[in-house]
Ligand binder design. Structure first.
Ligand SMILES: Cc1cc2nc3c(=O)[nH]c(=O)nc-3n(C[C@H](O)[C@H](O)[C@H](O)COP(=O)(O)OP(=O)(O)OC[C@H]3O[C@@H](n4cnc5c(N)ncnc54)[C@H](O)[C@@H]3O)c2cc1C
Length: 359
């Protein structure tokens, strides 16, 4: 079994395969967790009740359960800074407040609060999200891979350049100058997964969505997380540094930090909390989300070649969704069917019949 890509998705698949006694070779062309899986905010935030029955909602709910279990199994608190976090979703207008009331239930929307010590600007209301947590994304990814390696997996450096097939079945993966014989392969190359279109002879519509985060070294920053409905958030990490973000930029594979993002995030965060007034960020990171064409991840077997699978396109929630993705894809690989959850909505083959313009 070869897994292409050592981000959090590849790591989670490798870990779950190893638990079932299936050893894998994880091929990574740069370094473990070098992409968004090492730089992201690391928030594990449950979806609102109104979205729990959607395909991603079900995956997210299962993933939260898996994250709690994993934190016990892998000593997450010490190994990758797993910690429960008090999370507030904030409405900044009456319309947003109504949205929160629909999503969470009217009774859960508070009057403008200062529950976690951050919010002192005028807001229209907030909801405390139960069960949110955070992790250090890079440490989490490395912990999964180390645990997988202790059970027989291997991580090798190399550039996957193709897949060899014979009579409709996978027979090898072409890695840099080498050919690795295998009958099964998982493409988990994050925003680079579309490179596999030529190998798999099918559309893999996953593109990069750039995101930037500012780091603030603030004395006495309150614990906890707050976010607004436009997708922005600020959170204190366990080392005391405050992460505030983020942008959503269609800029290809560009990884340069911009002044525009720094100013925009700074303005947003000050609009919610005066604690950021006059603060200069001490860091600014950039990474790329793997965004699928229809917003749902691709998880499952590919229809073109037996033995080929994809786990990619998890967008803004890849860390969150990684735990269930690894578990469920492994069930499919190991038993030929995933009975624990319907993976139909995530079928990687769904784009073969869908005109791109309608997706
Ligand atoms: C600013 C920002 C904040 C985020 N915050 C959160 C958050 O708080 N919570 C959350 O759940 N999600 C968050 N995300 C999303 C999350 O980080 C991603 O969805 C997730 O990391 C994607 O993981 P991945 O393994 O699919 O891809 P990646 O992390 O990109 O890993 C893919 C790996 O594949 C390797 N690769 C690519 N091509 C090849 C090849 N040909 N051969 C060998 N290796 C190859 C790459 O080098 C890379 O290491 C955030 C993302 C951004 C950008």
């Amino acid at each position: 079994m070869v897994i292409c890509g050592a981000g959090v998705i590849g790591a989670s698949v490798a870990y779950n395969l190893a638990l079932r006694g299936i050893a894998s070779v994880v091929v990574e062309r740069v370094a473990v967790a070098h992409g968004a899986s090492g730089t992201a905010a690391g928030l594990l935030t449950p979806v609102p009740p109104s979205q729990e029955s959607s395909p991603v909602g079900q995956l997210a709910t299962r993933s939260m359960e898996c994250h709690r279990y994993l934190a016990e199994e892998l000593d997450g608190r010490n190994q990758y800074d797993f910690a429960e976090v008090e999370a507030l979703v904030v409405a900044t207008s009456a319309a947003e407040r109504r949205f929160l009331e629909d999503a969470y239930g009217k009774e859960r929307v508070m009057a403008p609060p200062d529950r976690n010590g951050w919010l002192d600007r005028e807001v229209a209301g907030a909801v405390a999200v139960e069960g949110a947590a955070q992790i250090h994304p890079g440490k989490y990814t490395r912990t999964l891979l180390e645990a997988a390696c202790a059970m027989g997996a291997r991580v090798v450096q190399g550039d996957v350049q193709g897949i060899r097939t014979e009579r409709g079945r996978v027979t090898a993966v072409l890695v840099s100058a080498e050919t690795v014989e295998t009958s099964r392969v998982v493409v988990a190359m994050g925003p680079w997964s579309a490179e596999a279109e030529a190998w798999l002879r099918m559309p893999v519509p996953v593109t990069p969505l750039k995101g930037q985060i500012l780091h603030y070294a603030m004395r006495d920053a309150p614990e906890g997380l707050f976010s607004t409905l436009d997708g922005n958030y600020a959170v204190r990490k366990p080392d005391g540094v405050v992460f505030a973000g983020t942008t959503e930029e269609e800029a290809g594979f560009d990884l340069s930090p911009t002044d525009e993002a720094r100013d925009g995030i700074g303005k947003w965060v000050s609009s919610v909390s005066s604690r950021f007034d006059g603060q200069m960020p001490v860091g600014q990171t950039v990474c790329l989300r793997p965004l699928s064409e229809d917003g749902l991840p691709l998880i499952g077997a590919v229809p073109t070649f037996e033995g080929a699978y994809i786990a990619a396109g998890h967008g803004r929630k890849g860390l969150m969704l990684s735990a269930a993705t690894g578990e469920l894809l492994t069930e499919l690989i190991a038993t030929g069917v995933c009975t624990s959850m319907d993976l139909g909505p995530f079928d990687p083959g769904r784009f073969r019949t869908m005109p791109r313009s309608l997706a």
